[in-house]
Structures are given as C-alpha cells and as structure tokens.
Design a protein around this ligand. Sequence first.
Ligand code: ATR
Length: 266
Amino acid sequence: MVDRYAVIGNPVAHSKSPWIHAQFARQTGQAIEYGVILAPIGGFSRAVAEFRAAGGLGANITLPFKQEAFRLASRTSERARAAQAANTLVLDGDALFGDNTDGAGLIGDLRRNLGFDLAGKRVLLMGSGGAAQGVVSPLLESRPARLAIANRTAQRALVLAQRFAPAAGGGYAEFAGEQFDLVINATSAGLSEELPAVAKAIFARGALAYDMVYGRDTPFLRLAREAGAAASDGLGMLVEQAAESFLLWRGVRPDTAPVLAALRGA
Ligand code: ATR
C-alpha cells in the first residue's frame, strides 16, 4: 500500500497542499498519496482516528484545527509548544507527534525566496491570533534588532509579547512613530478587505511588507506599495511550510523554487 498523507481542515476543498505535495513527491521520487479530509467542526479527533485506522502516516492541519491538533498530540516539538498549535502531525502507531512548520515556512520564504535577512532588522508583526503566535519565536531566533507586536486589541499583543521577551507589544498607536524594515500582516483583516490601523509612514526606506494571506491583493499590500515598499503575499510561506512537513515525514527536503514558480505562473 502506498504511504498516505492528507490535509485536514474546514473548509479545505480549495487547499493547494495536495498539488504541492504531489510536486514534491514527483521531484524527490517518493511514492506517496496525499488527500483532502473535510472534518466537521467538533469532529477533528474522530477524523484523525479514522485516517489513522485507514493507514494514514501524517497530516497537515489547517484552519480551524491547529490548536486542537496541538492538544490532541501525545508528543510535541518545541516550536509547536511555542505556537501552542500544530500544523503537522506524524501518526506513528498509537503515538501522535505534533509539530509546527509555519514559522520555519515564513523565515524560509523571507530568506530563500525574497532574499530578506532578518538579522539586525526592525520588525513589526501585526496581529495576535494563531497566525501571529506561530511565528514570534522563529522571528526572534533570527535576531532582529527589534520585534514589535501590534494588535487591534492591544491587550492580546501585550500578553503575547510578555511570553516572548524581548518582543514589545501594544496597540497600533503605540508604534505609530516608528519605522520598520519588515512589516508582517498576520491578521485576517485582508480577507474582509480591511486594513489594520497602520500608516504609510511605518515603512522604512527599502522596507518589505509581507501579508500571510495569499491568492489576493490586500489593502495592506496596496498601502505598502503606495509607500514605496516591496510587497509579498504568503504563497511562498505556504510552499515552504509544506516542504518542512515533507522533510519531517520523508527525510528529504524538496526544492521549493520550481513549485512556487509554477504556482505563481498559474
Ligand atoms: P488567526 O488564527 O488566523 O490569527 P484569529 O485568532 O481570529 O485568527 O486572529 C485574527 C487576528 O486578526 C487578530 O489579531 C485580530 O485582531 P483582534 O485580536 O483585535 O480581534 C486581527 N484582525 C481581524 N480583523 C481585523 C481588522 N479589521 N483590523 C485589525 N485587525 C484585525
């Protein structure tokens, strides 16, 4: 029987993960099958159990199940604990290992695909939900000069920053007088065509604006371009986090560049 993997989420029908992993498998000569599992809300652990019983070896977890996947895991990686969420599961007999490759995906996209070196840079992270929480620790490990976390609900950013010293947290107004070399949008504002309360002046000369959302232009990316900053969506992060999951499951890291180029071209 061919080794089975899947992405589990709700909704999940439009996930690009099956296509991405099929490219990785072909490129590395690995024989795997990668499917899509729509789990009902409230039915996540059952979906995992059924997939395990059907011979599933690993799964990617997407919204809204990443926190639940983390809690379900019998063993977790340090980076999953930092994020309090798992986007990758390894199903090994009765054991369930929870990992999180989202942060590595973001850092990998910045470094590898966008040529952005975080060391010594001033970084503003917008948002304090699951998406933001998953990348704070990897960002700090890349030694920025400053990491500020801004959120509409200032208290959430304060709490997040307290967990991850020396990050600073607060409302958007808190950082309005500063300039940043990298501004990351980890909010869901763009999905409803909204813009977090940042002004054009937030972008330093030569700054990069990064929106974790992909497949659409957001008000944030438009603002950044108007300010003269470089702008990137989160498609590269999607491909890079997938490559990290593939590495975990199969022991080989695929080349992400041709896969990202094909997705961009499509
Ligand atoms: P996720 O797991 O995708 O991060 P979430 O936990 O619902 O989802 O968090 C959504 C994030 O987007 C939050 O930081 C939210 O800000 P609040 O904590 O104040 O709710 C942010 N967000 C959503 N819509 C926004 C908007 N229109 N402007 C600014 N921030 C917004």
